[in-house]
Design a protein around this ligand. Structure first.
Ligand SMILES: C=CC1=C(C)c2cc3[nH]c(cc4nc(cc5[nH]c(cc1n2)c(C)c5CCC(=O)O)C(CCC(=O)O)=C4C)c(C)c3C=C
Ligand code: FE2
Ligand code: FE2
Length: 337
């Protein structure tokens, strides 16, 4: 068998000139069942970019404890957010793909738009091979993580690189590694917050809650924490907020190690106990609503806040397939088309 994956017999050598914008996101289970969640978590949590502890030790913990206990618990949470279109993350990513394709074609760009997921389906490998077989010669890859982080952005690149090492003919490739300070991202995020303030009044505190990661990653040189702080600074400047008006926090802790702080749940509890009983919360690290926003923020943390004495708690949805978010994607990929 040939070592490298090449053109198939139907494909000529000179007729490949299609450009594809490839959206990438994290991935999600196929179904809200224990088995499907176990398969998803096994792939996700075996990624050395996600959990950076010695492989042998981690495999014993992962297969001996975590994959026996967590899938059933997580499946119940997924059931609480599952829709007729499936997992919210999947449904929203499909909508983003469709709207981006439409918007690019209205703008006169002759490009295809596709998407794949880092874990689960559609996989990076199967998507890249299909695009190759369809004659795609140029890829503009947009991982939908606004703030670069090694467990997300670099892992997305790893998956592409791993597949492409076995290819004979590589496409032209542009990989967008971050857009945490892109003016369009800041504007569309600030606008979504401003709309909430107009509709419901300015809260006593705006909570900007980012997905967390082990604090150790920051000390090892991962820029994620700093990029999150920059996003906050630019958004609050645009909204004209003062230091007292907002707080930056980190959510979705996993495992026993110290993660980036302050933690979202503890901060909400402390705010409520101090008498800050009216908050709005937004999750800038998520480009699409998912388990971590719809369940953890919308439900779990609402309970934390109200049980500690808070009364008004508003979750501001992710940018999802809002027009401004799609226009932002157009402007992010345009320079490479
Ligand atoms: C184990 C360590 C984890 C790191 C580091 C991490 C970083 C990270 N994750 C996202 C975005 C998402 N994470 C999501 C779910 C999720 N994340 C972890 C663990 C880590 N994430 C787990 C175990 C899970 C699964 C859910 C669970 O069982 O609790 C999701 C949602 C997926 C969905 O199906 O809805 C997203 C999106 C970012 C941006 C990030 C960077 C720091
Ligand atoms: Fe995560
Ligand atoms: Fe969570």
């Amino acid at each position: 068998m040939a070592k490298y994956f090449g053109l198939n017999k139907q494909q000529g050598h000179g007729d490949r000139a299609k450009t594809t914008v490839l959206l990438m996101n994290l991935g999600t289970p196929d179904a809200p069942t224990t088995g499907a969640v176990r398969r998803y978590l096994a792939e996700f949590l075996s990624d050395p970019r996600v959990v950076e502890i010695p492989k042998l030790v981690w495999m014993l913990i992962l297969h001996g404890i975590i994959l026996r206990v967590r899938p059933a618990k997580s499946a119940a949470l997924y059931q609480s957010i599952w829709t007729e279109q499936g997992s919210p993350l999947m449904a929203i990513t499909k909508a983003q793909r469709d709207k981006l394709a439409q918007r690019l074609s209205e703008n006169g760009s002759d490009v295809d738009v596709d998407f794949c997921m880092r874990y689960g389906k559609p996989s990076v490998k199967e998507t890249l091979r299909r695009l190759h077989s369809e004659g795609s010669d140029k890829l503009v890859v947009l991982p939908l993580y606004p703030q670069y982080a090694a467990p997300t952005t670099a892992s997305a690149f790893d998956a592409m690189a791993k597949e492409l090492t076995s290819w004979r003919y590589l496409p032209s490739l542009h990989f967008i590694n971050s857009y945490h300070d892109h003016p369009d991202y800041i504007a569309v995020l600030a606008d979504s917050i401003a709309r909430d303030f107009e509709q419901h009044g300015k809260p006593k505190k705006l909570v900007l809650s980012y997905h967390g990661m082990p604090e150790r990653n920051l000390h090892l040189g991962d820029p994620y924490y700093c990029l999150c702080q920059k996003t906050t600074r630019l958004v609050v400047e645009r909204l004209g907020l003062t230091d007292d008006d907002y707080i930056t926090t980190f959510q979705s802790r996993f495992g026993k190690a110290k993660w980036l702080g302050p933690y979202t749940d503890a901060s909400l509890e402390a705010l409520a106990k101090e008498g800050v009983d009216d908050v709005a919360i937004v999750c800038p690290a998520f480009s699409a609503d998912c388990l971590e926003t719809l369940e953890e923020i919308e439900h779990e943390n609402r309970d934390v806040f109200t049980q500690a004495g808070g009364s008004k708690y508003r979750y501001i949805p992710c940018l999802n397939d809002q027009d401004g978010h799609i226009d932002m994607m157009v402007n992010l990929v345009k320079p490479y088309l």
